[in-house]
Design a protein around this ligand. Structure first.
Ligand SMILES: O=C(O)c1ccccc1NCC(=O)[C@H](O)[C@H](O)COP(=O)(O)O
Length: 219
């Protein structure tokens, strides 16, 4: 699918209301909530619910899971207004589709990964997120993969992730022309806590100087 408008920006690993408001004010199109308890960005149900309710109607809430069981996922979906699920583990297409919610499959770009095969294996995915591969680490590595491996004109919306920061995201967008960019560690002040200045700088760099940056906190 060709890009029909500017690259979107997803800020992943939001853990608190202040960072959620900062992401929205910076101009993020989507925020990610990590339901993986080994991550420093893990959020529990109550906090996730408050964050998701705070972002307003036109910011997408993405719930991220790593090999979670179906019951855990259903419990999140019953309590948190989630627009899209992002699966970061070894989940099959059949598993992912059972929740009756649009889903994105994350792909860790190990050297042997053949994207054509992956895309075929997930016919029900609404899109894909390509992230760096690091053995034993399911995501949020802060590492890049080789951007030349990002597909030209992919058949489904495809998100670039991995090691993006305010200083490299413009070049990344220029080279890969992704549907969206996804960032987590690159806009943090410390693990699990975002930097408002870095989020603003990232969105500006990703989508250009016309970014409608707000500097006031929303109530
Ligand atoms: O962020 C995490 O801690 C995480 C843990 C386990 C699986 C996925 C995780 N994050 C997924 C993301 O979508 C990140 O934004 C993506 O991996 C890029 O991270 P970074 O390189 O830190 O920008």
């Amino acid at each position: 699918m060709p890009n029909q408008r500017r690259t979107r920006v997803k800020i992943c690993g939001i853990t608190n209301l202040q960072d959620a408001q900062g992401a929205v004010a910076a101009g993020a199109d989507a925020i990610g909530l990590v339901f993986y308890d080994q991550s420093p960005r893990y959020v529990g149900l109550d906090v996730a619910q408050a964050i998701a309710r705070s972002v307003g109607p036109f910011v997408s809430v993405v719930a991220l899971f790593v090999n979670a069981d179906a019951q855990t996922i259903r419990q999140v979906l019953a309590n948190v207004p989630v627009h899209v699920i992002q699966f970061h583990g070894d989940e099959t297409d059949e598993f992912c589709r059972q929740f009756d919610r649009p889903f994105i499959k994350a792909v860790r770009m190990a050297p042997e990964v053949d994207l054509a095969t992956v895309y075929q294996s997930y016919p029900n995915a609404v899109g894909f997120l390509l992230d760096a591969y690091q053995k034993g680490v399911p995501g949020g590595t802060g590492k890049q993969f080789e951007w030349h491996r990002f597909p030209f004109n992919p058949e489904k919306p495809t998100v670039l992730a991995g090691g993006l920061v305010p200083d490299n995201v413009a070049e990344a967008v220029e080279q890969t022309k992704p549907y969206a960019v996804d960032v987590s560690g690159g806009v943090e002040a410390e693990p699990g806590v975002k930097s408002r200045d870095k989020m603003i700088a990232f969105v500006r760099a990703a989508i250009g100087p016309q970014t409608p940056v707000e500097t006031t906190t929303q109530s």
